[in-house]
Design a protein around this ligand. Structure first.
Ligand code: TYD
Length: 144
């Protein structure tokens, strides 16, 4: 799907030190691992069971979603196609560009979803009404 893709980050594991396992280390560099300058970070934690979040698109905002603990399912859609992506690996991120309708659900207990964003928070930049989204997205996708 245009404007949606997985990004693989480095997963550094020090296997030389068998005596003392070091765990995993994942570095993320703005503008290098992430295709934009990070202007904002927010995270979703303690999301109650059966909660569905999202239900919106952004006009220009780009984001990368990372599940640092547990598991969460993300639905990404345009008026023409839809994909379900399970995030459960801290070394993989989901890039979502402009004009993608997203919903987040099946948050496992203790899950931590981190979002890296290309802009500061701006409510004007959201499209929260699904019908308006479809109209604007159809025009947007014609120009792609
Ligand atoms: P919203 O983006 O609707 O959350 P979700 O898509 O995860 O369900 O935001 C929920 C509330 O938090 C809303 O009142 C706006 C506020 N908010 C901020 O103040 N700053 C932010 O960076 C974000 C993402 C949300």
């Amino acid at each position: 799907m245009n404007n949606v893709r997985m990004i693989e980050f480095k997963d550094i594991v020090d296997e030389n030190n068998k005596e003392r396992p070091m765990g995993h280390l994942t570095p993320i560099e703005s503008g290098q691992d992430i295709p934009f300058e990070i202007k904002r970070i927010y995270y979703l934690t303690r999301v109650p069971e059966n909660t569905i979040r999202g239900f919106h698109s952004h006009k220009e905002l780009q984001q990368v979603l990372l599940c640092l603990n547990g598991r969460v399912t993300i639905s990404v859609a345009t008026p023409y196609e839809k994909e379900l992506i399970t995030l459960d690996d801290p070394a993989r991120g989901l890039y979502i560009g402009p004009m993608i309708w997203r919903e987040m659900y099946d948050f496992s207990p203790g899950s931590v979803l981190v979002v890296l964003a290309s802009q500061h928070y701006n409510e004007e930049e959201y499209i929260r009404d699904y019908r308006s989204y479809c109209e604007i997205a159809q025009e947007y996708l014609k120009g792609e």
